[in-house]
Write a protein that binds this ligand. Sequence first.
Ligand code: FE2
Length: 401
Amino acid sequence: MKHFGKFTAALLALLLGFSVSSAAVTADGKSGDTLQFGADGKFKIMIFTDAHEDDELAESTRMLMCEALDKYQPDFVVFLGDNTTVSGYDRIVAAVDALTKPTRERGIPFGMVHGNHDSEYGLSRDEICAIWDSFGCMTYDADPALYGCGNCNLPILSSDGAKTAFNLWFIDSGSNNTDPGASGYDYVHPDQIEWYKKTALALKEQNGGEVVPAIDFQHIIIPEVYDELYLEVPFSNEKLTFERADKDYFTVPYLTRLNGYWLEHPCPPDVYDGQLAAWKEIGDVIAEFNGHDHKNTLQVNIDGVDVVNVPTCGEAAYHSDYTRGVGLITLNEKNPRNYKYELIQLYKLALAKDSAIPAACGEERSYYQKIAALDFVPQVFFTVCRFFNGIGAKLSMKLGK
Ligand SMILES: [Fe+2]
């Protein structure tokens, strides 16, 4: 489905009776049609994933989004898949309206990728793309011939507008693997990877032969996460191991490599699709952000690429009150490969004096104080691990691993 353009989107939204910020402008006065670093050299991206919402957005999810947007004032928002899980065209339109409203009301431009579940409720991925487009979504289907829908990139201009300083990739990681005889989740298909390589090389050429640093957004994590986190073993045991893609792994991962909460086994595709190899070949992707595994907050560096799992923001989704929240990336124009990532857990926002989150969740403030106290030790552990893993990654790069 091609990008309709802002005018068509606004017209369609008007006909449908919805409001849309057709000329979305950020707090820095940047046009929603062009992403650009602010005068301070920063660009903030907030991630909402796995809302799994229907047409009546849960109040706690709405308040989480509103309070996070108001406190951190991002320049761009990414909805990272499994955004709506409700049946019927009108209800899906209403669900997208409700889910994007806090972002649109604040005039913040936004993009989306599909999750594995979005197209399981009666509409195709193309039809869902068209609905998001009608609300002013900036991501689009760059090549309708590609597998999936919504594969595209959005460049971020330098603060002076003179060049592309950073790039955002949006890849449709599919639903279920429908190859004959196959099972498990879908994978990024060869034509998507070829398109990525071709487009990245064109960007490099436009940039005077230098690759443009980039972040990839896609719903499902890459399969190499298992090689990095788990010990493959040559036996199976009901209590000690588990099986995945015809391999047996020791049940407990390498804890010092997690850099975040591991509350469930990650669920990548079984197929090694070559996406990581393509990133390494081109050298532009510094990090990949995923949803999908609702409770995990893993941050794993695999061959120089940070693979980050953002937990669900949604009340309607299965979740943990320790990890439920939103992601926040801060890019620095002067040092674009050294980005900052923060997980804004719901409980942290709920502890603010004037927060409406406790009431929306039906909890007392003391409930979140208890979570904050219990979350302290793991966070210290993760921070220490991140520090040492960071040193290890730099050493490996210097030694030419
Ligand atoms: Fe999900």
